[in-house]
Design a protein around this ligand. Structure first.
Ligand code: AHR
Length: 332
């Protein structure tokens, strides 16, 4: 079958390699990585339009992409969109004009990609979605989507919270960037799971844009709001916002991790440090180390092979009971 779902565990590169087949790609290619006349492998050119540098997760993701490209001798054209969709669209148009072999991007938001992806398709340049999904009516506009199952992450966060709070919680929610796949899906997954527990209620919810500074600012406002005094749980769509919120909770004279039980998503080192000192209760992992899998796919596509349409990263859930034992091995 040409496209199928695939759930992968690390080492991602090896498993993806095993899944790749030798069929024709769905997008007509402009160039291929076929050997040159002297037998040397052609150096592929990849354009990557990154979201920005909003979080520890994103920094680790960028690092993984850059170092993997370097290791493989790939000519990487990297653009930082500073969390703006229009910057990503501009970058993609530049990659098209440059005639790169493959375009990869991690979309800031889900909608609004159809025109630029049509342009890439017309130019015969395959597109790989990294980390986040897009909302398009025509799925042939991209060859594969490699990243986490954000809905599942939301479910796992709610499941952990329900267990910890015995099914009763007055919850504040810090959402990610409005319109982004992780914000939409993590909210959906959490709310779906929460339905099983009538004693769990989200009483206040706002975006903190995935940043530590906004997480702090919004949590301050939550605590000052009419609902503030009753909040005994926090669900943050990423660790950075939770770490900002911890500062706000302490400034308000409360004990994060005790007065307010906190679960967030990502599993960055800062979250493990906060768990070790008892200020964060749980982090649901979202793996940013996508470089090897992304470039396995890019090289395969550039060589005329097909890749699975969806590649899902395998991830865990970590709480305070595991944090001390795991922190030394945390890579990001
Ligand atoms: O798309 C992944 C999310 O984006 C991460 O959870 C968050 O930290 C980042 O900004």
């Amino acid at each position: 079958m040409m496209y199928r779902n695939l759930r992968i565990a690390l080492p991602l590169a090896a498993l993806l390699a095993a899944a790749l087949t030798g069929c024709a790609p769905s997008v007509e290619k402009k160039t291929t990585a076929a050997p040159t006349a002297d037998g040397a492998k052609k150096k592929i050119v990849v354009g990557f339009a990154q979201v920005g540098a909003e979080s520890g997760w994103r920094t680790a993701n960028t690092q993984s992409i850059r170092s993997e490209a370097e290791k493989r001798g790939i000519d990487l054209r990297f653009a930082d969109a500073q969390q703006k969709q229009e910057n990503q669209i501009k970058a993609i148009r530049t990659f098209i004009a440059q005639g790169v072999d493959v375009i990869m991007f991690s979309p800031v938001v889900e909608p609004g990609w159809e025109p630029v992806l049509q342009e890439a398709k017309k130019a015969g340049i395959p597109v790989i979605l990294a980390d986040r999904a897009v909302k398009v009516s025509d799925e042939s506009l991209y060859v594969t989507f490699i990243g986490s199952d954000f809905v599942e992450e939301g479910r796992r966060a709610a499941e952990w919270m329900a267990k910890k709070m015995n099914g009763k919680a007055v919850i504040a929610e810090l959402q990610g960037t409005p319109g982004s796949a992780p914000a939409i899906d993590r909210k959906r997954g959490f709310e779906e799971e929460m339905k099983k527990y009538p004693g769990m209620k989200i009483v206040i919810s706002q975006t903190g844009d995935f940043t530590r500074a906004k997480g702090k600012e919004v949590m301050e406002a939550f605590l000052k709001s009419p609902e503030g005094a009753g909040i005994n749980a926090l669900y943050a769509h990423n660790d950075d916002m939770a770490l900002g919120a911890i500062q706000a909770i302490e400034a308000a004279g409360k004990k994060p991790g005790t007065d307010i039980t906190i679960v967030s998503v990502d599993g960055v080192k800062g979250a493990f440090e906060a768990m070790v000192v008892g200020k964060l209760n749980c982090t649901v992992e979202c793996n940013p180390l996508l470089g090897p899998t992304l470039f396995d796919a890019a090289e395969a596509v550039a060589a005329g092979k097909t890749v699975p349409k969806r590649i899902v990263t395998k991830e865990g859930v970590y709480d305070q009971t595991q944090a001390k034992g795991l922190i030394a091995d945390r890579k990001y």
